[in-house]
Design a protein around this ligand. Sequence first.
Ligand code: GLN
Length: 201
Amino acid sequence: MDRIGVLAMQGAFAEHIGVLRQVGAEAFPVRLPGDLEGISGLVIPGGESTTVIRLMEEYGLTRELHRLIEGGLPVLGTCAGMVLLARSVRGMTQETLGVMDIEVRRNAFGRQVDSFEVDLDMPALGASPFHAVFIRAPWIESVGTDVDVLASLSDGTAVAAREKNMVVAAFHPELTGDLRFHTYFIESVCGNFKASAAEVR
Ligand code: GLN
């Protein structure tokens, strides 16, 4: 069974744990470096990215997370989690893990549309659209050559992407009861990781 750690500094971690259990994974909160032992995947949930990175630093998680993700550990970052994985944040100096070749903009949609919901086409999840909930969300400004955009808004703004072992979404796939995003993460990202780990052996 997949052992998926969910970073539980602050924010929407309980919802992710619930959805991961529904899709058949063993899911548990990660608060300290020791909790990372033996995990086969990691979720970095939404929350407040500046608070989360500060707490990660305080609990001594930053360096180990960096090492594991660079080493190929599958990771799903949603909303603030996407910000934390990004190489850079447009228009501000914000500390991130900087492991994924994307640039993001925080709170990108502005005050008028602080939060909104939209049906997104996301071919990686199948033919029917994915109902996406955006809450003070970031968007993706630009992606590097190894990054695949998985979903965009109708105006072309990229809101979900994948680079090798890393998947990000600007929205909250843990909130709608549609399990396909987490299933994709477990089967296509964590599954690949297990397959390639097995090849090495
Ligand atoms: N606005 C938050 C940030 O940039 C993200 C919001 C969320 O994760 N729902 O840190």
